[in-house]
Write a protein of this length. Structure first.
Length: 160
């Protein structure tokens, strides 16, 4: 089971006890927010794409959407999400539990700046009923991210 693989991954950092599992689904932003009793925007959703033939993950805030023009500018290709029946094969986690932890070799992880508004966020942990609360610096470390990017729209930006 994917959540067990994520717990095992976090055990090397002594964080496996922070992984939360729920009796209800957390497979969507709204379901996760309800399970966690938090605002939907603090759910760190992990989206899977095929960019120039290679699988990538983009972790975004729960209230954001991919901006196709920004995505194309960043990756020099049109945004093409992985077909749902191929996500687990490419990434190592099934839809509803996709997260940036314990993913298959060669999968690059990107963090969208829409997350920077928050002190902590809640990414999934490999199953459709799990999550972990992480600070943004913790998310950087444990996701093994490649870069911060700006490919989203539709979220509330902080007042500068």
């Amino acid at each position: 089971m994917s959540v067990e693989r994520v717990k095992e991954y976090f055990s090397q950092y002594g964080l496996e006890g922070r992984v939360q599992e729920f009796d209800v689904s957390s497979a969507t932003v709204d379901l996760a927010a309800a399970a966690l009793h938090c605002e939907p925007q603090r759910i760190a959703k992990t989206l899977s794409f095929l960019a120039n033939g290679r699988p990538i993950l983009i972790v975004t805030a729960g209230d954001s959407k991919i901006d196709n023009a920004k995505y194309k500018h960043q990756f020099s290709t049109k945004a093409k999400m992985l077909p749902s029946d191929e996500v687990e094969n490419f990434i190592g986690h099934a839809i509803g539990g996709v997260c940036p932890f314990a993913v298959k070799q060669g999968v690059e992880v990107y963090l969208d700046i829409s997350l920077k508004r928050f002190e902590t966020v809640f990414p999934a942990c490999g199953s459709a009923n799990s999550a972990i609360e992480l600070t943004i610096p913790e998310l950087e470390v444990y996701s093994g991210y490649t870069a911060w990017i700006d490919v989203c729209k539709g979220y509330e930006r902080e007042q500068e």
